[in-house]
Design a protein around this ligand. Structure first.
Ligand SMILES: Nc1ncnc2c1ncn2[C@@H]1O[C@H](COP(=O)(O)OP(=O)(O)O)[C@@H](O)[C@H]1O
Ligand SMILES: [Mg+2]
Length: 1109
C-alpha cells in the first residue's frame, strides 16, 4: 500500500508560507531562518518555490530522491525543487500545457544551480532509450560549453553566469525529449577587456591556457603564463577548488558530444587566442604635421601573430587602428585616431569579437540540439537570467538588467494573479480584489516608446550634432521629471535639489526592488556599441571563415549608411519576444535567495534576506495567495487525510468526495465562513482552521494507531491459532494414514498366509487323487502283464513239449533206422573194419594234437618255462622232444638279434656263471646287475684327471674298493683300476697311485663261498710285485672284478689262466708272514652292516659274514 504523506507531516516551521500565522515580515524571516538552519532550503508560497542557497552540497539530490518525488502530488512531500519540476513535467506531459520555469534572484542566489537541477530531474524522469538519451546528453552537455564561455568568477559567485539564458526543451507527446532551443541575453562583454577587483575574465581564457597541450598552445601562438596577457586580471587568476585544466578537458568533451567538428573547435580556440593577443597590442603617439597626435602600434609582434592566427593582412589591421573612415552621404572622410581612440577601438574589437563568438556558439549549439521532427512539440522553458543588481556604481549594464527583472516581476504579478483569479473562476468561488503593487508603471518609465528612458537614449544616440552623456541626462531631466519613480538632482522636481545622496551626473530609479542610482557616464557609448567600420571591414577580409561570418557588416557589398540598431533597442526587442513567449506558457516560479554575502553555509544575514524578500515581493505573493483563501486542497486528498475525524466518513466514504468533505466539515463544526466549496477543491480561509484539522488528525492518528495495533495483535494471534489448527489436521491426517496403512499390511499378510494354507491343502488333495489314479492304472498294467506272461509261458511250454516230442520221434526213428541198417550190413563189415577204424581214430587224434599245440604255443621269451600239458600219455616222448626243439629254436632266434657289445656282455656274464654259479653265495645277486666296468667315469670326472694320466692304457674297470689292513682288519678306501695289462690301486681322495701290479705278476685270486665281497690277490713268488705282499681287498662288485680279471688272463695266449680258489679259509702273504683269512657264518644281517673283518691274532683274520637267511 502506498503511504500517503503530506507537506504537513514533520514540518520545520511551515513548509508553505501561506500557512504562516500570524503573517508578518518578521515571522516570514523567522520561518526562513528556522528552515535554513535545519537545512530545509526550500519553502513554498503556494506553488512558488523559495530556494535558499545552502552554499554546500546537501544529500537531497540523489537518485532515490528523484524516485521519491516522481509522480507525487505537489503538497504530498516536503518542499523540494523536484516537486516543482515534477509538477511542471507532468502537466506538460499529461495536460499538454507548455511550461516555463522562471528562476529569479540575485547573483549567487543559486539560479543557475536551480536550472541545472530542474533539467537533470526532467532528464532523469523522462523517457529512456538510445535516441532519447543522446538528446538528453546533448542538452545537458550544452551547459558546460556555455558556462566556460559565459561564466566567470565574481566576488559573490565563483561561477557566475555573465549572460541571460533561456532554454526551451521540446518534448514529444509521450514526454520524451526531442531537442531544444537556447536564447542568450546580453553577455557582459565589458568583462573581456576589464574585470573588477577580485574577479576574473571568462573561464575559457584560463582553461585554455592551463588545460591545452603544449602543441595546441604553440599553434595558437600562446604562452601558458597568465601574466603575459593584459586582459587577464592577475589577482584572482586561479580559483580555489576549481581545476581549470580539468574543466578544459570537460569542455572539449562536451563540445564533441554536442556535435562540434574538430575544425570548428580549432576556429573557436583561435578566436579566443586572438582576443587575448588583441589585449597585448599597445599604441604610442606620433606627432603629425598638423599638430595632432596619431597613434602607432608600439610592438608589432603581437599584432603580427594575431594576424597570422586569423589570416588577416597585418597592414590592413594596422591601418584600421590608426585611421577611421567616416562616410557621409557620398563622401568618405578619413580621420586619424589618437592613442586613446586606438585603445578604444582595440577594446571594442575585442569585446565584439568575443560576444559575437558567444552568440555564434549558441547558434551552433542550437543547430545541434534542435528537434528533428516537424510535429508539434510541447515545450518546457527554463529561464536563468541575471538577477536584480544594485551596486555602488551602476551603469548601462545594470540599467538593462534591472529593466529585464522589472519585466519579469511584471509577468510574475500578472501570471500569479491571473492564475489565482482563474482558479477562483474555475472553482466558482467569488473573487475579492487584492491590493498589490503593480510595477507596470516602472516598466513604462523605462520602455515607453515616446518618453521612456530607453527611447530618450536612442534618440540622443541618433541625433546629429554633439551627443554626450550629459545631454542625455539633461533630456531625462526634462522629460521624466514628473514620473514618480524617477529621481534626479537637476530635474524639475524640486524635492531632489537638496538630496545629497544623489550626485549631479546620476539619476535614480525606484525599482520595485528598491532604488538604484545610475551614473549617466557611458550610457551613450554603450548603447551605440560602436565598432569602427574600418575594423569590421578588416575582419571581414580575414582569411578565416568563422571571423568572416562574425563580421558580416564588413562586407563591401553591404555598405549601409544606416546605423545598426542600438544595444538598448536590441535588448528591449529580445526581452519583448521573451515576455510574449513566456506569456503563452504556464509559469512555475523558483525564487532564489542568498542567505549571506560570504558564500557561507552557516550565516543567515537577516537584513540581506529581508531586502531580497522585499524586492522579490514575496510578502505580497503570500498576501495575494491568502487574500481569498489561504489553503486549498482537492476533495479526494482532503477526504483521504481527514476522514478519520468523523464516524460517517471513516473508514470508507461511499459517495462522492465532495459530499464526504461536506459531511466531515459540518460534523467537525467548523464555522461556515472559514471555508468554501469549489468545484474540485475545498478552500480554507484561515490557516488556523487547517492547523485545527491537523491537530485533531494527529490525536486521532494516535487512537487509530492503538486500534490498528489491537487489530493487528488479534489478527496475528488468530493467524497463529488457525495455523496451529491447520497443522493439527494435517498431522492427524498423516497419522491416520500411517495407522491404516499398517493395519492394511497386517491383514494383507494374514490373508496371504491363509490363502497359502488353503491352496496347499487343495493341492495335496489333488495330488492324492492323481497318485491313486496312477496306481490304479499301474495295477491294471501289472495284472495285464502277469496275465499275458502266464499265457505266453503256457504257450512256450506247449511249444517245447511239442518240439521234444518231435525230437524223440526223430531219435527213435534214427535208432530204429540204424538198427535196421546194422542188421542189413553186418554180414559185409566184420573182417578188417576194426583195424581201419583204429588207424583212422589214431590219425584223427594226432591231427587234433598238433592243431591244438599250434594254437597254444608259449611265448618267444627264452625264460618262459610254460608248455601245453600233455593230452595223451602215449605222446609223452614226442611232447618233451617238441618242447626242447622249440626252446632251442627260440633261443637261436633270440641270440640272432644281439649286437657285438651285448654279446660281449653276455659272454662275460656266462664266464661269471661258469666261475661262480653254485660256488659262491654272492653270485645270484650279481646276475641281474649289468657289468658296466667304469663306475667312476674316470676319464670324464675331472677329479680323476691326474689318475687318468698316470694310467696309459684303456681302463676296463674302475671302482671303489676297501683295502683290508692287516694290522687291525679295517678297510681303507681305494680306487681299483683294471687295464689290459695291470691292476692299479690309488688313493680315493687324491687319486695318487698307491700300487700298480702287472697282470703277469698275479698268481691267483681267493674268495669265500659266502655272500661277502672279500678277495685276495696273490702274487707270484719272486715277481717284482711280490715284495710288498698280497692284497686283501673287498668290493661290492666282486663277481664282476674277478670275472674281468679272469677273462683278461685267459685271453692272452702266453699265460696260464688265473687261478680262482673258492674256499672259506685261505692264506695271504703279507710281506714276510702268511696270515690265514677265515670266513665264519655270523648272525643274521642286522642293520646295514656287511661282513666285518677282525684280527684274531698274528696269523688269523676272521671275517664274519652275516647269514643271508
Ligand atoms: N542547491 C544548491 N546546493 C548547493 N550549492 C548551491 C546550490 N545552489 C547554489 N549553490 C552554490 O552557490 C553558487 C552560486 O550559484 P549559481 O547558481 O551560480 O548562482 P546564480 O546563478 O544565481 O548567480 C554555486 O556555485 C554553488 O556553489
Ligand atoms: Mg547564474
Amino acid at each position: 500500500m502506498e503511504v500517503k504523506t503530506s507537506l504537513l507531516d514533520n514540518m520545520i516551521g511551515v513548509g508553505d508560507m501561506v500557512l504562516l500565522e500570524p503573517l508578518s515580515e518578521d515571522s516570514f524571516l523567522e520561518n526562513l531562518k528556522k528552515r535554513f538552519e535545519h537545512n530545509e532550503i526550500y519553502t513554498y508560497i503556494g506553488s512558488v518555490v523559495i530556494s535558499m542557497n545552502p552554499y554546500r552540497s546537501l544529500p537531497i539530490y540523489t537518485p532515490e530522491k528523484v524516485e521519491e518525488y516522481r509522480n507525487r502530488n505537489f503538497y504530498e512531500l516536503s518542499p523540494h525543487i523536484y516537486a516543482l519540476a515534477d509538477e511542471a513535467y507532468r502537466s506538460l506531459r499529461d495536460q499538454d500545457k507548455d511550461q516555463c520555469i522562471l528562476i529569479t534572484g540575485e547573483r549567487g542566489a543559486g539560479k543557475t544551480e536551480a536550472s541545472k537541477l530542474v533539467m537533470s530531474y526532467v532528464a532523469a524522469v523522462c523517457g529512456k532509450g538510445q535516441e532519447v538519451n543522446k538528446v538528453k546528453e546533448q542538452l545537458l552537455q550544452s551547459n558546460p560549453v556555455l558556462e566556460a564561455f559565459g561564466n566567470a568568477k565574481t566576488v559573490r559567485n565563483d561561477n557566475s553566469s555573465r549572460f541571460g539564458k533561456y532554454m526551451d526543451i521540446e518534448f514529444d507527446f509521450k514526454g520524451d525529449p526531442l531537442g531544444g532551443v537556447i536564447s542568450n541575453y546580453l553577455l557582459e562583454k565589458s568583462r573581456v577587456v576589464k574585470q573588477p577587483r577580485g574577479e576574473r575574465n571568462f573561464h575559457i581564457f584560463y582553461q585554455l591556457l592551463s588545460g591545452a597541450s603544449d602543441e595546441t598552445l604553440k599553434t595558437l601562438k600562446l604562452d601558458r603564463d597568465f601574466s603575459k596577457y593584459n586582459y587577464l586580471s592577475l589577482d584572482s587568476a586561479s580559483v580555489s577548488g576549481v581545476d581549470d585544466a580539468a574543466n578544459f578537458r570537460t569542455v572539449r568533451n562536451a563540445m564533441q558530444i554536442v556535435g562540434f567538428m574538430e575544425d570548428e573547435v580549432q576556429s573557436v580556440l583561435q578566436l579566443v587566442a586572438a582576443a587575448l593577443k588583441l589585449g597585448n597590442i599597445e599604441f604610442k603617439p606620433e606627432s603629425r604635421s598638423n599638430g595632432l597626435d596619431e597613434s602607432r602600434v608600439k610592438d608589432k609582434n603581437d599584432l603580427k601573430e594575431m594576424c597570422e592566427l586569423l589570416g588577416i593582412e597585418q597592414s590592413v589591421l594596422e591601418r584600421a587602428f590608426s585611421y577611421r573612415t567616416v562616410e557621409a552621404k557620398s563622401e568618405k572622410v578619413s580621420t586619424t585616431l589618437n592613442v586613446a581612440q586606438a585603445y578604444y577601438a582595440r577594446d571594442a574589437l575585442a569585446k565584439n569579437l568575443y560576444s559575437r563568438l558567444f552568440s555564434w556558439l549558441v547558434t551552433r549549439i542550437n543547430e545541434s540540439i534542435k528537434a528533428q521532427a516537424k510535429t508539434r512539440h510541447k515545450v518546457m522553458g527554463v529561464l536563468d537570467i541575471y538577477g536584480f543588481e544594485i551596486f555602488e556604481d551602476n551603469s548601462f549594464e545594470q540599467f538593462i538588467i534591472n529593466y529585464c527583472n522589472e519585466k519579469l516581476q511584471q509577468i510574475f504579478i500578472e501570471l500569479t494573479l491571473r492564475e489565482e483569479q482563474e482558479e477562483y473562476v474555475r472553482e466558482g468561488i467569488e473573487w475579492t480584489n487584492i491590493e498589490y503593487f503593480n510595477n507596470a508603471v516602472i516598466c513604462d518609465l523605462i520602455e515607453n516608446n515616446q518618453n521612456g528612458i530607453m527611447a530618450m537614449l536612442d534618440e540622443e544616440c541618433l541625433r546629429p550634432g554633439t551627443v554626450t552623456d550629459e545631454t542625455f541626462l539633461d533630456k531625462l531631466n526634462t522629460i521624466c521629471a514628473e514620473h514618480q519613480h524617477f529621481e534626479s538632482r537637476l530635474s524639475k522636481n524640486s524635492k531632489f535639489l537638496t538630496d545629497h545622496s544623489l550626485p549631479h551626473n546620476c539619476f535614480r530609479i525606484q525599482h520595485y526592488a528598491g532604488k538604484v542610482l545610475y551614473r549617466a557616464e557611458g550610457f551613450v557609448d554603450k548603447n551605440n556599441d560602436l565598432l569602427y567600420r574600418d575594423l569590421s571591414q578588416a575582419m571581414y577580409k580575414a582569411n578565416h571563415s568563422l571571423i568572416k561570418q562574425l563580421f558580416p557588416e564588413g562586407s563591401p557589398a553591404k555598405i549601409n549608411l544606416k546605423r545598426p540598431p542600438t544595444a538598448g533597442y536590441q535588448f528591449k526587442a529580445s526581452v519583448g519576444t521573451l515576455m510574449r513567449n513566456l506569456q503563452t506558457k504556464n509559469p512555475n516560479y523558483i525564487r532564489c535567495i542568498k542567505p549571506n554575502d560570504k558564500k557561507s553555509s552557516h550565516i543567515f544575514t537577516e537584513s540581506l534576506v529581508c531586502h531580497q524578500v522585499r524586492y522579490l515581493g514575496l510578502m505580497e505573493n503570500v498576501r495575494v495567495r491568502r487574500a481569498g483563501y489561504a489553503f486549498r486542497q482537492a476533495y479526494e486528498p482532503c477526504l483521504e487525510r481527514y476522514k478519520m475525524l468523523c464516524k460517517k466518513t471513516w473508514p470508507h466514504w461511499k459517495g462522492p468526495a465532495r459530499q464526504g468533505v461536506e459531511v466531515l466539515m459540518s460534523d467537525l463544526k467548523v464555522p461556515a465562513e472559514e471555508y468554501s466549496y469549489g468545484r474540485s477543491k475545498i478552500f480554507i480561509r484561515n490557516p488556523r482552521t487547517l492547523f485545527f484539522l491537523e491537530e485533531r488528525r494527529r490525536q486521532c492518528l494516535q487512537d487509530l494507531a492503538t486500534l490498528i495495533q489491537k487489530i493487528y495483535r488479534g489478527w496475528k494471534c488468530r493467524r497463529q491459532f488457525l495455523l496451529m489448527k491447520k497443522s493439527q489436521v494435517v498431522v492427524a491426517a498423516w497419522y491416520r494414514r500411517y495407522a491404516q496403512q499398517k493395519k492394511y499390511k497386517k491383514i494383507k499378510h494374514a490373508t496371504t498366509v491363509m490363502q497359502s494354507y488353503a491352496r496347499g491343502w487343495q493341492a495335496r488333495k489333488l495330488l492324492r487323487q492323481l497318485k491313486h489314479q496312477k496306481r490304479c492304472e499301474e495295477a491294471a498294467t501289472t495284472i495285464a502283464a502277469y496275465y499275458h506272461g502266464t499265457q505266453a509261458r503256457r504257450e512256450l511250454r506247449r511249444l517245447k513239449e511239442e518240439a521234444r516230442r518231435k525230437h524223440a520221434v526223430a531219435v527213435i526213428w534214427a535208432y530204429w533206422q540204424g538198427l535196421k541198417v546194422r542188421r542189413e550190413y553186418r554180414k559185409f563189415f566184420r573182417a578188417n573194419a576194426g583195424k581201419k577204424i583204429y588207424n583212422f581214430t589214431v590219425q584223427r587224434i594226432i591231427q587234433k594234437y598238433f592243431l591244438n599245440l599250434k594254437k597254444n604255443l608259449p611265448s618267444m621269451s627264452p625264460v618262459d618255462k610254460s608248455w601245453p600239458s600233455r593230452p595223451y600219455s602215449f605222446l609223452d616222448g614226442v611232447h618233451a622232444e617238441l618242447r626242447r626243439t622249440f626252446h632251442l629254436w627260440r633261443c637261436k632266434k633270440y641270440r640272432s638279434q644281439f649286437t657285438e657289445e651285448k654279446k660281449a656282455v653276455y659272454e662275460e656274464k656266462l664266464e661269471a656263471s661258469k666261475l661262480f654259479k653254485d660256488k659262491k653265495a654272492l653270485y645270484p645277486s650279481s646276475v641281474s646287475q649289468s657289468f658296466k666296468g667304469d663306475y667312476l667315469e674316470i676319464n670324464k670326472n675331472p677329479k680323476y684327471q691326474k689318475l687318468h694320466g698316470a694310467v696309459d692304457e684303456k681302463v676296463l674297470l674302475a671302482d671303489a674298493v676297501s683295502k683290508i689292513n692287516r694290522a687291525n682288519g679295517k678297510g681303507s678306501p681305494r680306487i681299483f683300476l683294471l687295464t689290459k695289462k695291470s691292476v692299479v690301486l690309488a688313493d680315493q681322495k687324491t687319486g695318487q697311485v698307491k700300487a700298480s701290479v702287472p697282470l703277469l705278476d698275479l698268481a691267483s685270486v681267493s674268495v669265500s663261498t659266502q655272500s661277502d665281497g672279500f678277495f685276495a690277490l696273490k702274487l707270484k713268488e719272486g715277481s717284482s710285485s711280490a715284495v710288498k705282499g698280497d692284497f686283501l681287498l673287498s668290493s661290492e662288485r666282486l663277481i664282476e672284478v674277478i670275472t674281468k680279471l679272469y677273462r683278461l688272463s685267459a685271453a692272452s695266449a702266453d699265460r696260464v689262466p688265473l687261478g680262482v680258489d673258492i674256499s672259506d679259509e685261505f692264506l695271504v702273504q703279507f710281506k714276510n708272514d702268511k696270515v690265514c683269512v677265515k670266513f665264519i657264518q655270523g648272525s643274521p644281517k642286522n642293520g646295514g652292516g656287511g661282513a666285518s673283518c677282525k684280527r684274531k691274532n698274528n696269523r688269523l683274520l676272521e671275517v664274519s659274514v652275516p647269514s643271508t637267511a
